[in-house]
Design a protein around this ligand. Structure first.
Ligand SMILES: Cc1cc2nc3c(=O)[nH]c(=O)nc-3n(C[C@H](O)[C@H](O)[C@H](O)COP(=O)(O)OP(=O)(O)OC[C@H]3O[C@@H](n4cnc5c(N)ncnc54)[C@H](O)[C@@H]3O)c2cc1C
Length: 575
């Protein structure tokens, strides 16, 4: 058994910002990060467009209140407004702190940090490093972690959260290199395990975004909040699904249908291409359904629309969004200086997650907290995004709530002893679990079941939803779950057994998918990204509340939790 004061699962922006805060607050604490990828390969590194903060470098009329209002309106009034106030008030400070750490933000001619427009934001407030913002920030954070001597277990897969008597006591680790199993015991465990884009067949997320932290939390008997809210980003490059950043529209690109019209004029006349993502993704889907999508030969009736940058000119494209140009060129052979890019919605972000309070401590229900357990970043739900996240608010959330959670943990562990636990029991359980996967005489390869599962989720819980379609999805999902017991793992070895990891990740996907579908079925209204064709209106009387879903092998139980509304009364959401 290995002991640390704090073990953080996840080396993305949220996990590394928290680790840094703990190390800065109390250098005597032993802090470790564990990640199944190398930390630099966490999905945060792929973040493109930027991070919102009211620095007022470009727009002096901006204020944190305006940022808070945009965020709450963008969330379709489901965000908790106390959490949003913290997010927006602390934003400028965390950006300046990153800049002092060495993050190379793009500049205005006078040397101050530049800020661009983003969807749903009423002012130009998104700070960026060209269209490689996540890359710039994560590299700098990790350099700082080395400076402070934080231990990093890279390429170790966390299999289980150890939760006993309502207390988190540690985690069970599996080392990819040689199959070694270890128990880490800690005074505080933090999950910063990112999103679950791989639940769907078309996503902007990396291969590691399989929702493991969510699944481990759910399997430990703790609730997950607002899992029905899945963000579809409007501009996934067709057919691969990788992201073309919203920054491209922030810098002036148009969305065009097969008639050559800027169709956003019909759906969000005041914001056009810079409407929030839920509205823009629905608009694209409507256009495609109405036969105004484009086919690869440019004729009508296809399954994508165009993102047109040509009027922006080569110099602006190459200086502001060079990575997006490169992606389209490399992946689908489109030169965006001269040709429009083919795009359609792609699964992008998880608004829901592990419920936490504004110090990052995990909730076990409406009123209670779990001792020793914290979470932040995309895997957590604090909830600042409610039913729909605004672009450039997620990096901000990772850094603001990563820092806050780190500070809270540093304080928390000073009053806590290392818990007692029987490590052998957990090692034996893990060994048995893996051995039974290896021994099972299966008929199916992992990828067959995963593909069928991803297709099922995509078809039954997408941009538009209905009761009948989701019920059917749930039935199919349960059928596929049974086949999980019949998968065959060909690699029986201990060295770098990625097949075994994929088998464990598939289990996570199943748990997360069932939570999404069940939560979505029970929300009989349309709000933000959750759009029900059988319940088209938002219903504040019945559903202005957060879903809490509890997993068990027998089925999922649902409960609800009030929304914190202390500043902005819900209104009709128009753009
Ligand atoms: C292509 C793309 C572009 C984006 N652009 C922007 C943007 O411009 N602005 C913005 O605000 N947001 C953006 N987002 C969203 C934002 O990047 C993410 O929400 C955020 O970076 C998530 O950070 P995180 O620290 O929560 O998790 P991640 O960065 O996803 O890190 C998760 C970590 O957990 C580890 N992990 C997971 N499971 C396990 C396990 N079982 N065992 C061990 N380790 C595990 C992983 O190895 C990884 O280190 C973008 C997202 C994508 C996909």
């Amino acid at each position: 058994m290995i002991d640390h004061d704090v073990i953080i699962v996840g080396g993305g922006l949220a996990g590394s910002r928290a680790a840094l805060e703990i190390a800065r607050t109390n250098p005597r604490l032993s802090v470790a990060i564990v990640a199944k990828t190398h930390p630099i390969r966490s999905h945060s590194v792929a973040a493109q467009g930027g991070m919102a903060a009211t620095l007022k470098n470009v727009d002096e009329a901006d204020s944190w209140e305006a940022h808070a209002f945009d965020t709450v309106k963008g969330s379709d009034y489901l965000a908790d407004q106390d959490a949003v106030a913290i997010l927006t008030q602390e934003a400028a400070d965390v950006v300046i702190d990153l800049e002092h750490m060495g993050v190379l933000f793009s500049r205005l001619p006078d040397g101050r940090i530049a800020q661009r427009a983003f969807g749903g934001h009423s002012h130009n407030r998104t700070c960026y490093a060209a269209d490689k913002t996540g890359h710039a920030i994560l590299h700098e954070l990790l350099c700082n972690l080395m400076k402070y001597g934080v231990t990093v277990y890279e390429e170790w897969y966390v299999m289980r959260l150890i939760l006993e008597d309502g207390q988190a006591k540690g985690v069970v680790l599996y080392r990819l290199l040689d199959g070694q199993i270890e128990v880490v015991r800690a005074k505080a465990v933090m999950f910063a395990t990112g999103g679950y884009g791989r639940v769907y067949n078309t996503t902007s997320n990396d291969y590691a975004s399989t929702g493991d932290g969510l699944a481990m939390t759910a399997m430990a008997g703790l609730p997950l909040e607002d899992m029905e809210f899945v963000q579809f980003h409007p501009t996934g490059l067709y057919p691969v699904g990788v992201l073309i950043s919203e920054a491209v529209r922030g810098e002036g690109a148009y969305l065009i249908n097969s008639n050559g019209d800027r169709f956003m004029a019909t759906y969000a006349p005041s914001r056009m291409e810079l409407a929030p993502r839920d509205i823009t993704s629905r608009a694209i889907t409507y256009e495609i359904r109405a036969g105004r999508g484009v086919k690869p030969d440019g004729s009508a009736g296809g399954v994508f629309v165009y993102l047109d940058l040509r009027h922006m000119g080569k110099e602006k494209i190459m200086s502001r969004v060079p990575f997006c140009w490169e992606e389209a060129h490399r992946l689908v052979g489109v030169d965006a200086v001269h040709q429009p890019m083919p795009v359609r919605p792609t699964v992008h972000y998880s608004m829901g997650g592990i419920p936490v309070n504004t110090n990052g401590q995990v909730r076990s229900g409406t009123d209670e907290l779990v001792e020793g357990f914290f979470a932040a970043g995309e895997t957590a739900c604090v909830s600042v995004h409610g039913a729909n996240r605004l672009g450039s608010n997620s990096l901000l959330e990772c850094v603001v709530y990563g820092r806050r959670t780190g500070a809270a943990i540093a304080h928390y562990v000073t009053h806590r002893k290392l818990p007692t636990l029987n490590a052998d029991r957990y090692v034996n359980d893990a060994q048995e679990q893996l051995q039974s996967l290896l021994d099972q005489p299966g008929d199916y390869r992992i990828h067959q079941i995963r593909q069928a599962y991803q297709d099922c989720m995509t078809e039954h819980c997408g941009v538009f939803r209905t009761e009948a379609v989701m019920q059917d999805g749930l039935t199919q999902l349960r059928h596929l779950q049974k086949k999980y017991a019949q998968i065959r793992v060909d690699d029986k070895g201990k060295i770098w057994n990625t097949e075994l990891i994929e088998a464990m990740e598939l289990r996570s996907l199943f748990v997360v998918g069932e939570m999404i579908l069940t939560s979505a079925l029970n929300r009989k209204e349309s709000r933000g990204s959750h759009c029900r064709e059988d319940y088209k209106q938002r219903d504040d009387t019945t559903f202005l509340k957060h879903t809490l879903a509890y997993y068990s092998a027998a089925g999922i139980d649902l409960d609800y939790m009030p929304v914190v509304i202390n500043q902005f009364e819900p209104q009709e959401r128009k753009y």
